[in-house]
Design a binder for this molecule. Structure first.
Ligand SMILES: C[S@@+](CC[C@H](N)C(=O)[O-])C[C@H]1O[C@@H](n2cnc3c(N)ncnc32)[C@H](O)[C@@H]1O
Length: 298
């Protein structure tokens, strides 16, 4: 299939759902349209002109691309033939999102693609990177909703004495993330599994840090997930969280209206916020605010 045909077919699929959920259509257009286009360009058409563009970090792009193809265990042809989820639900039901989106081979790939150039994803990494010095030697952290595993690997690569646990509801994400950790040579310091953030398979007071980045909005009641994260977090431990505001996508089962609502949630569960950043991002479908927080369990 030629890329142009692929793009046309994808756009046609999106259009059939345009009335159902406008933001989701826009989001997927950005995700699978621009990103895949960008990815393919970088693999197939790396001309001198593109490489000379000053605003593109091609070395990093190539690394992410090769990571994705390795993790998904596919070549470019197979990548292009990936079936893209197109059954957008209007009722935003957890089980439906799980089977139609999370449990597809495409999902971890699309989430991983974000780390090429999607500004909110790069900002997540930057925020985490800002706080590495808070973790002591031998720290044990838990990545809740690790997705493609990019952040888990990123943290583990900082210090050879750190150890990671993690859960995700998607077995496709588990497979993808484990391959990434293997490629980055940190798999031996991790134990990832399939589980729900609302019912974690760990005893109380286990971790020095819990990471819940862009995951709590994927459950109908984010407070339940955060309370469970607090249960497994040691007193004095850190919570690294990111939550979007006014980004009502079909996989987001709870919509935060303001950054203050996010802050109020942290306070309600007993977290003390140490650093809180908000940033506005433009998407094709409009703008939204992302919030990034480091908090302590006093
Ligand atoms: C937007 S992705 C974020 C991935 C990763 N934290 C990152 O920032 O790159 C959300 C992830 O949450 C997972 N997820 C959604 N609901 C979940 C639940 N109830 N329990 C565990 N994981 C869940 C999804 O499978 C997906 O991998």
């Amino acid at each position: 299939m030629l890329y142009a045909d692929f793009e046309k077919a994808f756009e046609a699929r999106l259009q059939t759902h345009a009335d159902a959920y406008v933001n989701a259509v826009e989001y997927h257009r950005v995700q699978f349209g621009q990103m895949i286009q960008y990815l393919l360009r970088s693999i197939l058409e790396q001309t001198d002109t593109l490489i000379k563009q000053s605003d593109v970090d091609w070395a990093r792009t190539e690394e992410v691309v090769s990571d994705i193809l390795y993790c998904a265990d596919m070549d470019v042809e197979q990548f292009l033939a990936l079936e893209i989820p197109n059954e957008l639900t209007v009722d935003r039901d957890f089980e439906a999102v799980k089977t139609e989106l999370y449990e597809t081979k495409c999902y971890p790939v699309s989430e991983h693609l974000n780390y090429i150039s999607f500004p909110p994803a790069l900002e997540r990494k930057a925020f985490i990177g800002k706080h590495f010095d808070r973790l002591k030697a031998d720290s044990y952290f838990c990545d809740l909703g690790f997705g493609p595993g990019v952040l888990t690997a990123f943290i583990l690569q900082q210090d050879a004495s750190w150890y990671a646990a993690g859960v995700d509801i998607s077995k496709d994400c588990l497979h993808h993330a484990q391959r990434l950790l293997k490629k980055k040579e940190v798999l031996g310091r991790s134990k990832l599994s399939v589980a729900d953030v609302r019912s974690l398979p760990y005893p109380d007071n286990t971790f020095d840090m819990v990471v819940a980045v862009e995951v709590l909005e994927h459950i109908p009641d984010p407070e339940t997930g955060l309370v469970e994260a607090m249960r497994v977090l040691k007193p004095g431990g850190y919570a690294m969280t990111a939550l979007p505001v006014r980004l009502p996508l079909w996989m987001h089962l709870y919509d935060f209206d303001t950054p203050d609502e996010v802050l109020a949630l942290y306070k309600k569960v007993g977290l003390e916020v140490v650093d809180f950043e908000t940033k506005e991002f433009q998407l094709q479908g409009g703008s939204f605010v992302d919030t990034f927080a480091l908090s302590v369990n006093p």
